[in-house]
Unconditional design. Structure first.
Ligand SMILES: Nc1ncnc2c1ncn2[C@@H]1O[C@H](COP(=O)(O)OP(=O)(O)OP(=O)(O)O)[C@@H](O)[C@H]1O
Ligand SMILES: [Mg+2]
Length: 249
C-alpha cells in the first residue's frame, strides 16, 4: 500500500512559543478516509496547514506522493482544503454558485467565463450537499452550516487527489453530517485520499478507515479499533476521557 502523505519528525513553533507539534509522525495510505482527532489546541489545524504547505515547519519533513511539499508547484490541483473557520468574506458580493465554481478555477477573478458544463458541474456539486436551491443566494446571506456546505461543494468540484477538511461538521446538523460522511466515503471509493479533522468520536468506528490521535505528538495511528483504546484516549485527552467512553469500551 502506498502512502500518499508522509509526515516525519515534524516540529512546529509559532514565534518564540513552545512547539505546538513535536516530532510528530504519520503516514496516510492512498485511497483512505482518515480522521485526525485530539483535544483543542492539540495542533490538528497546524498539522494540516503544514501538510498543504501553508506553514513552514521548524524541523521535519512532509512528503506528498514521495515528493517534498516544498517542491510541489501544483498544490491546488493536488489538494483541496476547507479551513476550520470559514475564510469567505461575508461582504464580498458573490453567490453560492460562483463560490463553487472557484473550485474549478483555483481563484476568483478568472478571465475565461465559466462554460455551461462548468456551471452544470457546480450545480451538481451544490445539489450533492442540498444547496442547489440557494445557488444564486449571496454567500453573506447564508447560515454558518449552509456556508460550510457550499465550501464542501467547492472542494468536491475541485476533484483533487487529496481532500483535507478541518472540522467540516462544525455547525452542521446530524442529518447533513451523515450525508457528508457518505459523500466522503464515495470520494474514497473513487480513489481519493481524504483527511478530516473532527471532534465527533462517535463517528470514527463506523465511518473512518484510520484514526490519527494527536496531542502535540502522535499518540496513536491506525484502524479505529486499535487506536481508540482507553489507554490511548487517556494519554491523549487526560482527565476528560470519561466523557468519551462507550458502554462497549
Ligand atoms: N497563528 C498562531 N499564532 C500563535 N499560536 C498559534 C497560532 N495558531 C495556533 N496557535 C497555537 O497552536 C496550538 C495548536 O493550535 P491548533 O489550531 O493547531 O489546534 P487544534 O488542534 O486545531 O485545536 P481546535 O480543536 O481548537 O481547533 C494552540 O495552542 C494555539 O494557541
Ligand atoms: Mg483546529
Amino acid at each position: 500500500m502506498n502512502n500518499v502523505i508522509e509526515v516525519k519528525d515534524l516540529i512546529i513553533t509559532y514565534g518564540d512559543n513552545n512547539a505546538v507539534l513535536w516530532k510528530t509522525n504519520g503516514s496516510i495510505p492512498e485511497k483512505s478516509l482518515t480522521a485526525i482527532v485530539g483535544p483543542n489546541g492539540a495542533g490538528k489545524s497546524t498539522l494540516v496547514k503544514a501538510i498543504i504547505g501553508a506553514i513552514k515547519p521548524h524541523k521535519g519533513e512532509i512528503k506528498i506522493n514521495n515528493k517534498s511539499i516544498k517542491d510541489i508547484s501544483n498544490k491546488h490541483q493536488l489538494i483541496s482544503y476547507v479551513p476550520q473557520r470559514d475564510s469567505l468574506d461575508d461582504n464580498f458580493p458573490i453567490c453560492c454558485l460562483d463560490v463553487v465554481l472557484m473550485g474549478r478555477y483555483g481563484k476568483l477573478g478568472w478571465i475565461k467565463r465559466p462554460s455551461k458544463s462548468d456551471k452544470d458541474a457546480a450545480m451538481n456539486a451544490l445539489e450533492k450537499f442540498g444547496m442547489h436551491m440557494l445557488a444564486n443566494k449571496q454567500i453573506g446571506e447564508l447560515s454558518g452550516g449552509q456556508k460550510q456546505r457550499v465550501l464542501l461543494a467547492r472542494s468536491f468540484l475541485q476533484d483533487s487527489e487529496i481532500i483535507i477538511l478541518d472540522e467540516p461538521f462544525g455547525g452542521i446538523d446530524i442529518k447533513t453530517e451523515k450525508i457528508i460522511l457518505d459523500l466522503l466515503k464515495e470520494l474514497r471509493d473513487k480513489g481519493k485520499t481524504v483527511l478530516v479533522i473532527t471532534h465527533d468520536l462517535d463517528s470514527l468506528k463506523d465511518h473512518f478507515d484510520y484514526v490519527w490521535l494527536l496531542n502535540i505528538h502522535t499518540v496513536a495511528f491506525g484502524k479505529p479499533d486499535e487506536v481508540l483504546t482507553k489507554e490511548n484516549l487517556i494519554h491523549c485527552y487526560g482527565g476528560s476521557v470519561h466523557l468519551l467512553q462507550h458502554e462497549d469500551n
